[in-house]
Write a protein that binds this ligand. Structure first.
Ligand code: NAP
Length: 322
């Protein structure tokens, strides 16, 4: 039977931002409830080696890291709920959030940490080789391609920045774009074109990611189509970085919270406060610039502290009025 839960703080989302918010809130005796959502663990669950999360001298596996964060959140007293929030009403407090199971969460404050998803090409081989040559984050995975031959797909700021970043690590970078010019900022383009180890392949679509025959899955080549001539060919690569944009998971909050044109939740600079007092946003759902597990965790911590201070200020105002 559906149950109504009451909590001082509801965390929506179970990536580094959500778990960190829950850990801080639980340790501040806020008795948080965290509703994990569709992909508990977030983007790190589709990553293999993680070498840039501080605290681990050796590479750790993304899914393992997220299990640890989940266990830590539970250990300090978070109530973890495997459910999906399907509707919210932020028009009055307590905020009402309804879950797929029919359960309702009435929350004094909410931390939104629903993250963002990289857009994928949706071509054969892409998902099978994700984490084995296919990536959507050069900062995360570029290191594994030192001295190698990589492709970057896309033509916006992300693709140009990813290609620039990789040009300092890889032996060669081929930027593959479906048009004959980039839409990224001129300054980025100038930097890219000045790189001796970067080539642009224009008017080209990637049609398939081809695997090596070895025991461990590995990318061998890309099947490419020239969109002007229709010619199809194969090109050898060690890795492919897809940089065709991200989609923040904010459809649920549309019309209720301030968002930018791309759907990212707007937070006040230097805080996690959103356009509604008592609602806070952390991690990739409000960050299209850094998008790192460690920055998500950092803003998760900020969100818990912001929520705690919000409730404390409210309590002190109520006491003064009484
Ligand atoms: P974006 O600007 O939307 O560019 C996406 C690129 O991927 C476009 O070139 C697009 O091609 C291509 N693309 C989309 N779907 C594709 C598909 N299915 N197959 C092949 N190519 C596809 O995305 P973004 O570069 O991630 O940037 C998103 C936002 O963040 C932008 O507002 C950007 O300015 C901002 N951003 C800013 C910075 C910065 O300021 N340093 C860095 C990163 C991102 P078409 O050109 O043909 O549409």
């Amino acid at each position: 039977m559906p149950v109504t839960h009451h909590t001082p703080l509801l965390v929506i989302g179970a990536g580094p931002a959500g778990y960190t918010a829950a850990i801080y809130a639980a340790r501040a005796s806020m008795e948080p409830i965290l509703v994990a959502g569709l992909q508990p663990g977030g983007q790190l669950t589709i990553t293999t080696d993680v070498e840039n999360f501080p605290g681990f001298a050796e590479a750790v596996q993304g899914p393992w890291l997220m299990e640890q964060m989940r266990a830590q959140a539970a250990h300090v007293g978070t109530r973890l709920v495997d459910d999906i929030i399907t509707a919210v009403d932020f028009s009055r407090r307590p905020f009402r959030c309804e879950a797929d199971s029919g359960d309702v969460f009435m929350a004094q404050t909410v931390v939104i940490a629903t993250g963002a998803q990289a857009r994928w090409l949706g071509i054969p081989g892409e998902q099978a080789l994700s984490g084995f040559g296919v990536s959507a984050c050069a900062t995360c995975d570029g290191f594994f391609f030192r001295g190698k031959n990589v492709a970057v797909v896309g033509g916006g700021n992300s693709a140009t920045e990813e290609a620039l970043y990789l040009s300092n690590l890889a032996a060669h970078v081929t930027l593959i774009h479906r048009r004959d010019s980039l839409r990224s900022e001129r300054i980025l383009q100038q930097r890219l074109f000045a790189k001796p180890n970067v080539t642009c392949l224009w008017d080209t679509a990637v049609e398939e990611v081809l695997a090596d025959d070895g025991k461990r899955p590995a990318l061998r080549a890309l099947r490419l189509r020239n969109l002007r001539t229709g010619a199809i060919g194969e090109m050898s690569f060690d890795g492919m970085f897809v940089a065709i944009g991200h989609d923040p998971a904010t459809a649920l909050f549309r019309g209720q919270l301030g968002m930018d044109d791309s759907g990212y939740i707007i937070t006040e600079p230097g805080s996690t406060r959103t356009s509604i007092p008592g609602i806070f946003a952390a991690g990739d759902v409000q960050d299209h610039v850094y998008r790192q597990a460690v920055t998500a965790a950092g803003t998760g911590c900020m969100a818990a502290l912001d929520a705690e201070r919000f409730l404390a200020a409210e309590l002190s105002t109520t006491r003064q009025a009484a």
